[in-house]
Ligand binder design. Structure first.
Ligand SMILES: *Cc1c(COP(=O)(O)O)cnc(C)c1O
Length: 354
């Protein structure tokens, strides 16, 4: 039986997606060739890329609204740099909510003035700062919707006149938001969409063309928009698997459906963390992530026992990030409710046994 996979990333994908993807590696499209050995300019693959780009906009409700979807390489980490390269003329505003925002800020600083509007570094990124001011003359405001490492999530996004840029790597397609509020969204595939190797970028075309610097072709969003994400060879397999996952989500009922499932899973686990006297949640309750739940054992001496009980129950990937410690249970879209129940059962079993 497959393990209960709580990995933070690369992470769990739907079983049916894995089956279809493995079939395509052997025989894609009944053409008796592998997906991996055909031209990315062939009709069947161009159709995959077009489908992936249109499904992304469809799921977010952003079709025919001036947005373009791109599938590029380099991970979310390259977007830290590309966002600034393409948008930072003089000054940009950033919200610092953790490891990933911190890295985004570092990259942007090479291109102009970066104003950190607020930071939760003072308390180990265990909460989301609120009531900060975004300078009206900023070229854009950047935030991280879900902090994969700390386990916090922005619930309300600021109303601002400056373009809103968001790293949604670890909660894209997991909850309903007013996506039209955003001017640029990016997400590495390997958290909630597909294998590592491709990054989804959703961009409002009208925000481009405002910086004066020369932008190298590969780092210029316009290049990739003009060439429909086919300027150079795309990551064919990650794009294909991402397309299958988006199709799986659409067939289930889209984001509004999966959001309910995700809320159920998060409620089940956090209720147990709060009820069970052996465990403590790590972050501020109102900022808890529905994707990555971080928690500690109150008494560390139970660690070996709890860990071996988890192994026996087939639970995998719940060790906290090395910078936080403790535990982190990642509950991405493809993780079934029964896996969360299995973890809760072990937490209760530990309680009975001590
Ligand atoms: C994992 C992660 C990243 C880094 O993604 P790469 O694709 O490895 O570059 C950036 N931001 C967030 C929120 C993440 O979870």
């Amino acid at each position: 039986m497959k393990k209960h996979n709580f990995s933070a990333g690369p992470c769990i994908l739907p079983e049916e997606v894995l089956i279809k993807a493995s079939e395509a590696v052997i025989n894609f499209n009944n053409d008796n060739l592998s997906l991996l050995e055909i031209s990315h300019r062939s009709k069947p693959f161009v159709a995959v890329m077009e489908k992936a780009r249109s499904l992304a906009l469809e799921l977010l409700g952003l079709e025919n609204k001036g947005y373009r979807a791109l599938f590029l390489q380099g991970g979310a980490s390259l977007e830290f740099l590309m966002v600034a390269y393409n948008l930072l003329h003089k000054k940009a505003a950033y919200l610092n909510t953790g490891t990933w925002s911190d890295k985004a800020i570092k990259e942007a600083s090479s291109f102009g003035e970066v104003v950190e509007v607020a930071s939760s570094k003072d308390k180990g990124f265990s909460y989301i700062p609120k009531n900060y001011q975004i300078p009206e003359d900023a070229d854009y405001f950047h935030c991280t919707s879900n902090n994969t490492v700390a386990g916090t999530q922005i619930k309300t996004f600021p109303d601002t006149k400056v373009p809103l840029v968001c790293d949604m790597s670890s909660d894209i397609f997991s909850r309903q938001l007013d996506f039209e509020k955003f001017d640029l969204i990016y997400a590495g595939a390997q958290k909630n969409m597909g294998p590592a190797g491709t990054t989804l970028i959703i961009i409002k075309e009208s925000i481009l063309g405002k910086v004066e610097r020369h932008i190298p072709s590969m780092l210029n969003y316009k290049t990739h928009i003009e060439k429909d994400s086919m300027f150079n060879t795309p990551a064919v397999f990650p794009v294909y698997v991402s397309m299958l996952t988006m199709q799986w989500l659409k067939d289930l009922g889209g984001i509004s459906f999966i959001e309910k499932v995700n809320d159920k899973k998060a409620t089940l686990l956090y209720s147990e963390i709060d009820r069970n006297s052996l465990f403590n949640g790590i972050v501020a309750k109102e900022d808890r992530s529905t994707m990555n739940a971080t928690f500690n054992l109150v008494d560390e001496s139970y660690k070996d026992k709890f860990d071996s009980m988890c192994v026996a129950a087939g639970i995998s990937g719940i060790n906290g990030h090395r910078s936080v410690g403790g535990y982190r249970a990642s509950m991405y879209n493809a993780l079934p409710l029964y896996s969360v129940q299995a973890l809760v059962d072990v937490m209760q079993e530990l309680e009975r046994s001590v």
